[in-house]
Design a protein around this ligand. Structure first.
Ligand code: ZN
Ligand code: ZN
Length: 153
């Protein structure tokens, strides 16, 4: 996994944060409890049994690495979408292309809200070139993103 789109990255981070939160809470909870029974490593593919809840020696670093990677990918993507240059390109593009092209293809006139990268950034699509942009409404953009995400799995 390298470049996550912001919504995927958000979800992944959210899941990881939950895991960490649960681990933290579990640890605090257990601290007040008598010594617990052995529990398996929390990694789904691991059969190792540990004397306290969490990840085994092998999987703990991996989880932290994945978390760091997701965090960095997320920050990078977020940085791009928040950059002044992208905001300018997006605004200028939507001024010139005010209609959703997907809706227009089915004879519906709907305002474009998203300057969508035709070839996604994570597939190496050009970021600022209008040739790689199209105006989409939010629902058409969500459908496209869902299709792309599904195709990636
Ligand atoms: Zn493990
Ligand atoms: Zn549309």
């Amino acid at each position: 996994m390298n470049a996550l789109n912001p919504s995927e990255a958000k979800l992944y981070l959210h899941q990881l944060r939950l895991v960490f939160l649960i681990e933290l809470l579990t640890r605090q909870y257990r601290a007040d409890m008598p010594r617990s029974a052995p529990t398996p490593c929390r990694h789904p593919a691991c059969a190792l049994v540990l004397d306290k809840p969490g990840y085994c020696e092998q999987h703990r670093p991996k989880v932290h690495r994945d978390y760091g990677r997701a965090r960095r990918a997320f920050d990078t993507e977020l940085g791009f979408y928040q950059s002044a240059r992208w905001r300018e390109v997006r605004a200028a593009f939507l001024r010139e292309h005010p209609l959703c092209v997907a809706c227009k293809a089915t004879d519906r006139v709907v305002a474009a809200k998203v300057a969508d990268h035709i070839r996604p950034l994570k597939d190496g699509g050009e970021r600022f070139d209008w040739v790689n942009l199209q105006g989409l409404c939010v629902s058409c953009h969500n459908r496209k993103t869902a299709r792309e995400t599904a195709g990636r799995r």
